[in-house]
Write a protein that binds this ligand. Structure first.
Ligand code: ADP
Length: 780
């Protein structure tokens, strides 16, 4: 205080606004002054009494603070020294003299001039115990702050030690603590020295708490760091131990090799990260540990998947047509649809449309069409069968926690394909099951859904694989058992089966050359005469497709191959007569045709997943108690059709020329002889009705007419499915006429014309028309 009396503090004084700091009385500070206004203030002060009013800005980002943005309480200070810097700024050393308040600004440019009034502090006359304690506390806490690493001028503790005035102590401590401007200003503004010191002690306490927390965070970070250092150290040690044990070379070579392969596989970033992580784990494990094998297998899977290997697809529609023709006889409609599909694919450039689904009996060429498609557009071909698949894990794989777990069939096949854009055929999609182990169909849905399959997740891989470039094709024997959510995604292409004539052609042009080649023969070694081939088709196979036929041809070829190998030099000619030497006795007699028209026997046509078939319905009646007796090869739906047919007959008895009383004690027996394949469906309805009416009215049924159609209680005839397959079966059985529901008439365009030449189709709307055809008009 005494020093200050030397100064005559003027009323009006230049103002120096400062940022980021607060000036206190009796403190000496260097300041850099850059702003024009501030330099003017300094110059003005120097030209007068070297006194200047230092006040803090409220906002340190303010370049040109208005008076209202400058705290009004500040410190009258003296400029002790001034130095001009080359960049235009000036450096001043100032000493705080006296606290004062700005009363008003009297000038704002080129520099602030303000009228001030000094602030007088109450004089402390006695240092009480409390003040003493407070001062000691502040000094100790300041020591703590310094010991905790807060940057303060090095000799400040010594300076503080010599201060015995509470107000000054508060000022000097506050000036050196590096407080925020708000806090520092708050301290400055407290006039009472003891209160000021108390407030400072509180702020100090908080600062220490803060420093404590900071220290904790720092030590955690350090711990992290030392952990990884430790790991590094241990790893180095392990390397050393391995080298001692003589393991190192082999193992590190192995790891190095895998590392290279990971790089080469060009995986997506996340996958590569995972692969490297696993590789690190592997590197640390003992090579003989089971886990080590598991991790290794996993990495092998990752590096072997075609993450970025694809074939260059070139869809040339003309060439595709040629290849399809080269591999398949006829099937014109199917080929057309495949070519349309490929054309769309070519134009759109992405596989996002529906999925092709070939539906038809076994051996009609579904698989080989898939192969042809792949060949035609230069893609790889892979195939899995979904038949009987019940466990979702078969599609998605098992988690790696199992020993011996593997990726699912999808990822396995992709690896087998070696490219990420193959043609992927899924067979028997109609035979997919589900049980407690999950629903493979829903997993499959994810595989086939273009919205989801770009990130297909296999449980084993645990990283997504992009299936969006894969061209999926499915096959099925029947359509009604395909889960409907899957069916919605499919574009169904039906392949019905082949006639005997077609089979002969296919055998000659495709199957025989193929089998000759596969058995190391050629046409100079073996020839199968047409008649012999026809006999094979009729008596050694009974199928809509060509599987067994091909098998029989293969059997003959093998036998001939053996003969050739044993030295036979002559060409072997297979004739009808010699056939049994190669294939044994006939397996099927020609389809048994009825020798004459019979009472109560009607010929129906059935559809099964193996193709069409004939179906003889026998009915017989006698007096008895039981209304209806059903035996033979009948499914539930078929049994219901018999009931419906009988109800119809009863209700129309008079029109049919049947006495009503007959039904009082009529026992009707309907029987469907056991065929190889169980049959069911409503389409035998009219056949049942015809057989029963024939039995009751004792009029025989024309054996050359086959029929198919569902019957209603009122005698209407409803549409049926599988017309093409049924027609082929009728042809095989040498039927001349086929009764079909009127509603199916539009499907006749699909029947080849040479079939239509042999079979007359008789469309009907109701039972009257059926009976007219079967029994003739006048006799009804
Ligand atoms: P699916 O997959 O329908 O059961 P495949 O594709 O296995 O039937 O066909 C059985 C055999 O018949 C294959 O050797 C196939 O090449 C042959 N094949 C089927 N349809 C034809 C056809 N239209 N032309 C030539 N060969 C055919």
């Amino acid at each position: 205080m005494t020093d200050l009396e030397k100064f005559d503090v003027p009323d009006i004084i230049p103002v120096l606004p400062v940022r980021d700091m607060v000036m206190y009385p009796s403190v000496i500070l260097p300041l850099f002054v850059g702003r024009d206004m501030s330099i003017n203030a300094v110059e003005k002060s120097l030209s007068r009494d070297r006194l200047i009013f230092v006040a803090s800005q409220k906002d340190l980002t303010d370049e040109d603070p208005l008076p209202s943005r400058i705290y009004s309480i500040g410190v009258v200070s003296q400029i002790m020294r001034m130095l001009r810097l080359p960049d235009g700024r000036v450096k001043v050393l100032i000493q705080g003299i006296k606290k004062a308040r700005i009363e008003e600004y009297v000038q704002e440019t080129p520099t602030f001039l303000a009228r001030i009034s000094t602030i007088e502090e109450p004089v402390i006359t006695e240092i009480t115990l409390e003040i003493e304690a407070l001062m000691r506390y502040v000094k100790e806490e300041m020591e703590k702050v310094v010991s905790m690493g807060r940057m303060v001028p090095p000799d400040i503790l010594m300076v503080l030690d010599t201060i015995d005035e509470p107000g000054r102590l508060a000022d000097v401590a506050a000036a050196n603590l590096g407080l925020t401007v708000d806090n520092a200003q708050e301290v400055l503004e407290i006039v009472d020295p003891v209160k000021r010191l108390r407030r400072l002690s509180e702020i100090l306490g908080k600062e220490i708490e803060l420093l404590n927390v900071q220290a904790k965070i720092l030590s955690q970070a350090k711990e992290e760091m030392s952990k990884s250092q430790r790991e590094y150290f241990l790893r180095e040690q392990m390397k050393a131990i391995r080298t001692e044990l003589g393991e190192s070379d082999e193992r590190s070579e192995d790891v190095e090799d895998l590392k290279k392969r990971i790089k080469k596989a060009k995986m997506p970033k996340d996958v590569e990260k995972e692969a490297n992580k696993q590789l690190e784990r592997l590197d640390m494990m003992h090579p003989d540990a089971i886990e080590s094998t598991m991790v290794r297998t996993y990495i092998e899977w990752l590096v072997e998947l075609p993450w970025s290997v694809s074939t260059n697809d070139s869809i040339d529609i003309k060439q595709a047509r040629e290849i399809l023709d080269e591999d398949h006889y006829n099937l014109d409609k199917v080929k057309e649809r495949i070519l349309e599909f490929l054309s769309v694919l070519k134009l759109k450039g992405e596989i996002k449309g529906p999925i092709l689904c070939f539906v038809g009996p076994p051996g009609v060429g579904k698989t080989s069409l898939g192969k042809s498609i792949a060949r035609a557009i230069g893609k790889k071909f892979v195939r899995i069968s979904l038949g009987g698949m019940k466990d979702e894990a078969e599609i998605r794989g098992h988690r790696r926690t199992y020993v011996g777990s593997m990726p699912g069939r999808i990822i396995q096949s992709i690896k087998q394909a070696g490219t990420n854009n193959p043609v992927f055929m899924m067979d028997e999609i109609d035979k997919i099951g589900n049980d407690f182990r999950g629903d493979p169909a829903s997993a499959l849905l994810e595989v086939l859904d273009p919205e989801q399959n770009n990130a297909f997740s296999d449980h084993y891989l645990n990283v997504p694989f992009d299936l969006s470039k894969v061209m999926f094709i499915t096959t099925a024997n029947r359509i009604d058992t395909i889960p409907s959510a899957l069916k919605d995604r499919m574009e169904v292409i039906n392949i019905a089966g082949y006639t005997e004539k077609e089979k002969l052609q296919i055998a000659k042009k495709y199957l025989v050359p193929k089998q000759l080649k596969e058995n190391g023969l050629n046409e100079k070694r073996l020839e199968i005469a047409d008649h012999a081939m026809e006999k094979i088709i009729q008596e050694y196979t009974r199928e809509a497709g060509l599987r067994n036929l091909e098998r029989e041809i293969a059997a003959i070829s093998r036998k001939v191959a053996r003969k050739v190998a044993e030295g036979n030099r002559k060409k072997v000619m297979i004739t009808v007569k010699g056939l049994h030497n190669y294939l044994g006795p006939s397996r099927y007699l020609p389809e048994s045709q009825l020798e004459k028209d019979l009472l109560g026997v009607a010929t129906g046509l059935a559809w099964t997943e193996f193709g069409g078939d004939t179906l003889y319905v026998e009915a017989s009646c006698r007096k008895g108690k039981k209304d209806l007796l059903l035996t033979g090869n009948m499914g539930d739906v078929m049994k219901e059709s018999v009931q419906a047919a009988l109800t119809y007959i009863k209700s129309r008895a008079d029109k049919l020329g049947i006495k009503k009383e007959i039904f009082n004690d009529l026992e009707m027996h309907v029987h469907v002889p056991q065929g190889a394949i169980p049959k069911d469906g409503p389409s035998a309805g009219i056949t049942m009705a015809v057989a029963m009416i024939s039995a009751i009215t004792r009029r025989s049924v024309n054996r050359n007419i086959a029929m198919t159609g569902e019957i209603t209680l009122t005698g209407r005839v409803l549409a049926i499915g599988g017309l093409k397959e049924k027609t082929l079966a009728a042809l095989r059985n040498r039927m001349e006429k086929v009764i079909i529901p009127q509603e199916n008439i539009h499907e006749l365009v699909e029947i080849p014309s040479y079939v239509k030449k042999k079979i007359t189709f008789l469309p009907v709307k109701n039972m009257n028309e059926v009976l007219e055809i079967i029994f003739g008009k006048k006799r009804r």
